[in-house]
Design a binder for this molecule. Structure first.
Ligand SMILES: Cc1ncc(COP(=O)(O)O)c(C=O)c1O
Length: 388
């Protein structure tokens, strides 16, 4: 069997990790990998995560199975954090292996419901297209962001969505757009929601960076308004970044509807899809999140550490944009974008020059992780971009 297979290329972003590691230069800079880094270049474990792990270690008395849908208290607490508490919005969720697991489950559900198509913004997280295509969905695209002018293309996006058929799914980033950092304002969300509702489109909202852009509430405001205004939606949540739990594979997918029965029907399908795939989600990460969200002291410490990270990102952005000066036509936008990522107007050849000559690493798309910068490196790295 194996000799009928062809070798698959490594994911370019993951491959970059190995290339960076092998570079012996002491002043090398990694702007590639998509994890939060502190000023020491470390991807830290939240204090509240460590404290929750201690509590779990002391109190957990069994490793027996939980359930295909995961831990219900985790699901309820995470829904309150992300989805809010509007009484007219009914959600039924399943715990998933990370946000990627949630997106794949959503794709399988969309397929199972007979919808053949999902619309993705251009550009988007590169794994989106792969996940939906692997589930057998047809992938269509809508314009989202113009890289040279660093501007959102909202009118073009809404125009494209006029061509979507009722029942088509549309992927929307909740906040801190990956890879562009270009946020949707409350008004932008309202305009998109109006088109979705009028055309009978089903939003699949991807929330992977809550707390990194406009804060825990601000990053959820747009998605909450959207799910309250459409009859059906799907919400994929990743706890990888907001709780720093990357390798613990922690997330959830919620079916959201205006009636509880509809949400429960969708959830029963999600449970049966999960059962024939990975059977049950991993528990450790969700036990941590549940403990933090359910313990006031840990919640306070976690949210304040997250706020410190958000402020570090915002400060780095401001000083990086300032140091870049007028390097590109709208460099100033990079200073006010949100979350970890920006997509710079650089060519693949320029990316390779930075990598080979100066040890500054990023994928050839030009996406940078702002958290990979240290304040002490900003002037030098900005200078290198200006020298291209
Ligand atoms: C936009 C977006 N969605 C989902 C994910 C999936 O995250 P994970 O599967 O690690 O929880 C990521 C990870 O980088 C992302 O950037």
């Amino acid at each position: 069997m194996f000799d009928r297979l062809t070798r698959q290329p490594e994911d370019p972003l993951l491959a970059l990790i190995g290339i960076f590691k092998a570079d012996p230069r002491a002043d090398k800079v990694d702007l590639g990998v998509g994890v939060y880094r502190d000023e020491a270049g470390h991807s830290p474990i939240f204090r509240a995560v460590k404290a929750a792990e201690r509590i779990i270690w002391e109190s957990q008395d069994s490793k027996s199975y939980v359930a295909p849908e995961g831990d219900q208290l985790f699901l309820d607490l995470l829904w309150s954090l992300v989805g809010g508490s509007a009484p007219s919005v009914h959600a039924a969720g399943v715990q998933t292996p990370g946000g990627s697991g949630a997106l794949r489950l959503a794709a399988d559900l969309i397929r199972q419901a007979g919808t053949g198509k999902i619309w993705l913004g251009l550009p988007t997280w590169p794994n989106h297209a792969g996940i939906f295509a692997a589930a057998g969905l047809e992938v269509e695209t809508y314009p989202y962001f113009d890289v040279p002018s660093q501007t959102l293309q909202l009118d073009r996006m809404l125009e494209a969505l006029q061509r979507a058929a009722p029942g088509d799914a549309v992927l929307i980033h909740a906040s801190c757009h990956n890879p562009t950092g270009a946020p949707l304002s409350t008004e932008d969300f309202a305009r998109i929601t109006a088109v979705m509702a009028a055309r009978g489109l089903v939003p699949l909202i991807d929330s992977a960076y809550q707390g990194f852009g406009a804060g825990l509430e601000g990053d959820a405001a747009g998605l909450r308004a959207m799910v309250a205004a459409v009859p059906e939606a799907l919400l994929a949540v990743s706890c990888s970044k907001s709780f720093g739990l990357y390798r613990e594979r922690t997330g959830a997918l919620y079916a959201v509807a205006s009636a509880q029965a509809a949400a429960e029907t969708a959830r029963s399908n999600l449970v049966s899809i999960a059962r024939t795939s990975y059977s049950m989600p991993p528990d450790h990460g969700s036990a941590i999140v549940k403990t933090i969200l359910d313990t006031p002291d840990l919640y306070a410490d976690w949210s304040s550490e997250l706020e410190t990270m958000r402020q570090r990102l915002a400060a780095l952005r401001r000083s990086f944009a300032e140091a870049l000066g007028g390097r590109w036509s709208n460099t100033i936008a990079i200073g006010v974008q949100e979350g970890m990522f920006s997509l710079l107007p650089v060519t693949p050849a320029e990316v390779m020059t930075l990598r080979e000559k100066h040890g500054v690493y990023m994928p050839t798309s030009g996406r940078i992780n702002i958290a990979g910068l240290k304040l002490a490196d900003v002037a030098r790295v900005a200078g290198l971009f200006k020298s291209l």
